[in-house]
Design a protein around this ligand. Structure first.
Ligand code: DON
Length: 304
């Protein structure tokens, strides 16, 4: 497949796309990003790389890292993990509070903020040096020892993380946060601050397209069954109250972040990462979704 030519063709077609999205500015540091950045990178399971635009520029992957946190927590807790967090689409915004009270402090899924905070709590319980051990895990999966947290983003999120603190406190009141709230939230904000390029992101997520094994190193990250399940949660919950729409338009499991990144997986074929910082009203990259819709329409290949 001539992915490179296809990227150019789709990008040319997108010149007429009026992107009415807005850069996330509820986290002050994210509001400073150039809104017109655009990058895409695809890595195949047979280790071919295809990049376009700003594919080698670092950005804040934000909620995309929740998939990596879930991956590690799932290997540590197995199915017990799902006693504390569900696997159902929420149908609500990523930072919504109201459902959590009705559900007795059990978040609908691991990708809404509440779910990722529970996963953070699980990792804080298991890991000796939670932040250090987690970033080492990410570096191992990424096969890149330079992947790191961004202290600037952590400080910026902490300065305005009132909703996230409210979610954590509500869950603590139901007994679904076991550790000290400040420690769990410090971990959560660091998790969200990880920076990667599109190239790094697509390579890092390739294990999900390859039954849980990194094709570059043959390292087993997850069992095939757990890999299937994480892809399945991405399919139904990766885009919050727009998960159905993403599935309808693109037809691949994926995950978004408010930094404007999206990663999508085609099992046994590739992992593709797109970055365009302007977000739609649901907090997902506007042009990123449009690009991926055109991509699977042009290739006529999706999981359906
Ligand atoms: O906690 C937050 O609000 C952000 N650090 C992450 C939210 C996010 O990326 C939602 N994704 N579209």
């Amino acid at each position: 497949m001539e992915y490179q030519k296809l990227f150019i063709k789709i990008n040319n077609g997108l010149q007429e796309f009026h992107d009415l999205g807005q850069v996330a500015d509820y986290i002050p540091e994210l509001g400073k990003v150039n809104p017109n950045k655009f990058g895409v990178h695809l890595t195949t399971v047979d280790k071919q790389h295809f990049g376009f635009g700003d594919a080698n520029e670092k950005f804040s992957i934000q909620s995309i890292s929740k998939v990596l946190a879930l991956t590690l927590a799932y290997t540590l807790e197995d199915e017990n993990l799902f006693k504390r967090v569900g696997v159902e689409p929420s149908g609500t915004p990523f930072n919504s509070l109201f459902q959590l009270e009705a559900d007795n402090g059990i978040p609908r899924n691991p990708f809404i903020n509440a779910g990722a905070i529970v996963i953070s709590d699980v990792l804080v319980s298991h890991l000796k040096n939670p932040k250090e051990d987690f970033i080492q895990f990410v570096q191992q999966v990424a096969e890149n020892s330079e992947i790191s947290f961004c202290e600037r983003i952590v400080a910026s999120e902490k300065s305005c993380g009132f909703r996230n603190m409210a979610l954590a406190n509500l869950m603590k009141s139901f007994g679904n946060i076991k550790n000290d709230i400040d420690e769990v939230m410090d971990f959560y904000f660091n998790l969200c601050s990880i920076e990667m390029t599109c190239q790094e992101l697509s390579k890092t997520f390739l294990f999900l397209a390859n039954h849980g094994v990194c094709p570059f190193t043959n390292t087993i990250i997850l069992t095939p069954s757990k890999t299937k399940r994480i892809n399945s949660i991405m399919q139904s919950c990766g885009f919050y109250d727009e998960a159905g729409e993403f599935s309808f338009k693109v037809g691949l499991p994926g995950k978004s972040g408010v930094g404007g990144g999206i990663v999508a997986i085609h099992p046994e074929k590739y992992s593709i990462a797109v970055w365009s910082p302007k977000l739609n009203k649901k907090g997902n990259s506007n042009k990123g979704i449009e690009f991926l819709e055109r991509f699977t329409s042009e290739t006529k290949i999706s999981i359906f």
